[in-house]
Design a protein around this ligand. Structure first.
Ligand code: NAP
Length: 561
């Protein structure tokens, strides 16, 4: 039982904590710092892992590194922190990001208020006390006025129910639940299932060590080179001198990067002109090819085909065996509608003698896992180790797993069976005083995550500060505002090519999951979304209702101060 003295805003029923935060990754750590150190609130964090870091605590597979440039994949809220931390590489490795987050935890003295090794397994809103009760797998029962989920969008591992997995006599690992002391592939026959962003990072690394690697591909990926490397100290110096500008530019950008679409349609260019642009983006490496390409790429199939053709030619010119190259070439979805994997020697790896590609369409899908390997297309592939790189039940999965019960016992997991329903991706009608950092229907995974995390944390902090100033005890999205937001999210995406892919953005990677576009792809990206959230706050939190203590169940709109 965890208890602590708390002073709930709006007075009334005494809670153990003013706020409970779930998760101690990028978002939970900043949320704790904001509520505790800016608003002087009594906040605690429940974290399932034994350390801070979230994604970067769990995902320790070989080759794990960030696909965002390090100088912007970090907190920007503290000027001194930006000056004192120096990234070694363009894309930091998992252990460097974890060291960074450890450093932040120490620097802001966060650990005393984080309860490690405790997974939240249930939480319920009590209509009479207007408090949340949160339960953990270690038996804790704690109450709080506010709950803020900081559980990440990609934290609920998806292990498909492969027939026979439990009979496998070797070892198998999901990439997001990787052993902390690593896995030795030396002299082993290894199978990797999946070819998404994770596998694209892991496959070249594993192939270097393993005796033999078999890659089981269901859908080929369009890859672009990462072009990782040490960061020139002069570049680092210039960036440090310009962090104010950088911060503003990423906040004002579409995706939270220093990237913008070319203000031109690819179909209006000559083949020579666009080839030059493609070469430039290809040589730059990273997300430029995906997020700073011609502006019609996400809207016109014809335009998309022209751009995809460049990437297909790259595959064919890199992979020696034309049959393997063909298998690795995406054919049935538009480029960019699945998350762009960044690669370092991914396609080159299939030229190695110890690497075999088993493609579901041409060789046959995985039929079963046997005690000694994987059978696909009627052929058994003997294996000692299986790496399951099959991704996540994205965005909604981590929230559904919390066992959230709102007003009158309504259950979030049930209500979301046909897809998420939120207001701005940060609040849910019927679930008062619950905030979801980078939740579904917010820009979240379609942005450089720290940018969206900081925006949500700062908006939530200001909202709670507003409630405290006005002695308000609950805030709740209205069903009308929520419906309108859901319709807006769906309408925007329907004008793009995004629904044309069986992506995890669409929920299509999980059997039985409703096919809905999960993040928010607003017309002006993260900058437009930020403005929208700010306008809503300025209008007295339009689309929300507040109540003072004791008005539970009969909430009245209350004007802002
Ligand atoms: P993913 O993109 O969902 O890829 C999973 C792979 O497993 C896909 O190739 C998928 O095929 C395959 N798969 C799923 N179920 C299968 C089944 N039943 N049978 C056979 N194959 C199956 O997952 P991920 O690669 O872990 O990446 C998830 C996300 O994590 C990324 O998109 C990215 O946002 C994030 N990530 C970030 C970084 C970074 O920045 N450092 C690195 C890695 C990942 P289909 O394509 O056919 O579904």
């Amino acid at each position: 039982m965890t208890t602590a003295q708390g002073s709930a805003p709006g007075a009334g029923a005494k809670a153990d904590f003013d706020a409970i935060i779930i998760g101690a990754g990028f978002s939970g750590m900043y949320m704790l710092h904001s509520l505790r150190d800016k608003l002087d609130m009594n906040a605690t964090v429940f974290e399932a892992g034994d350390g801070v870091g979230g994604t970067w605590y769990w995902n320790r597979y070989p080759g794990a590194r960030c696909d965002s440039d390090s100088y912007i994949y970090c907190y920007t809220f503290d000027k001194n922190l930006l000056q004192e931390w120096t990234w070694s590489e363009r894309y930091p490795e998992q252990d460097e990001i974890l060291r960074y987050l450890e450093h932040c935890a120490e620097r802001f003295d966060l650990k005393p208020d984080i309860q490690f090794g405790k997974r939240v397994v249930g939480m319920a809103f009590d209509d009479s006390t207007e408090l949340w009760t949160v339960r953990t797998d270690k038996g804790d029962v704690a109450t709080a006025r506010f709950v803020i989920t900081a559980v990440g969008a990609l934290s609920a591992a998806n292990t498909p129910p492969f027939k026979g997995l439990e009979t496998f006599k070797g070892k198998w690992y999901h990439t997001s639940q990787w052993p902390h002391d690593g896995v030795d592939f030396t002299a082993r026959r290894v199978g990797v299932i999946g070819t998404g962003a994770t596998a694209v990072q892991a496959i070249p690394e594993i192939a270097q060590q393993a005796k033999h690697l078999t890659v089981f591909q269901r859908t080929p990926a369009f890859c672009v080179p990462a072009r990782n490397g040490r960061v020139d100290p002069e570049v680092t110096k210039a960036r440090k001198a310009d962090y104010e500008g950088i911060r503003q530019r990423i906040k004002d950008s579409f995706f939270g990067f220093e990237l913008s679409f070319l203000p031109k349609a690819v179909l209006d260019t000559t083949p020579e002109e666009r080839e030059q642009e493609f070469d430039r983006m290809w040589d730059a490496g990273g997300f430029a090819f995906w997020l700073a390409n011609y502006q019609d790429m996400f809207f016109s199939k014809e335009a998309n085909d022209v751009i995809a053709d460049y990437l297909k030619r790259k595959i064919r010119s890199t992979v020696n065996d034309p049959v393997v190259a063909e298998k690795l070439t995406p054919k049935n979805y538009p480029y960019g509608t699945k998350r762009q994997p960044l690669d370092t020697n991914y396609f080159e790896t299939f030229n190695k003698k110890n690497v075999l590609l088993v493609d579901a369409s041409t060789d046959g899908p995985i039929e079963e896992i046997t005690p000694t390997g994987i059978r696909a297309g009627g052929k058994e592939h003997p294996l000692d180790i299986i790496v399951v790189a099959t991704g996540f039940d994205a965005l909604t999965g981590p929230l559904k797993k919390l066992g959230i019960k709102g007003r009158g016992g309504r259950m979030l997991a049930q209500e979301w069976e046909l897809g998420p329903q939120t207001y701005l991706g940060v609040a849910i009608a019927g679930y008062p005083n619950l905030f979801t950092i980078t939740g579904p229907q917010s820009p979240s995974v379609l942005s450089n995550m720290p940018v969206s995390i900081e925006q949500h944390v700062e908006w939530i902090t200001e909202c709670i500060a507003h409630m405290r100033r006005n002695k308000l005890s609950t805030i709740e999205a209205t069903a009308q505002a929520q419906d309108a937001w859901g319709a807006h999210v769906a309408e925007i995406v329907s004008s793009t090519l995004m629904p044309g892919a069986n992506s995890w953005y669409m929920g299509a990677n999980i059997d039985g999951k409703a096919r809905r576009f999960l993040p928010y792809l607003g017309p002006e990206g993260v900058s437009g979304y930020r403005r929208k959230c700010a306008e809503i706050a300025d209008k007295g939190y339009e689309g929300f209702v507040f109540a003072r203590q004791g008005q539970g169940g009969t909430m009245q709109p209350i004007a802002a101060e």
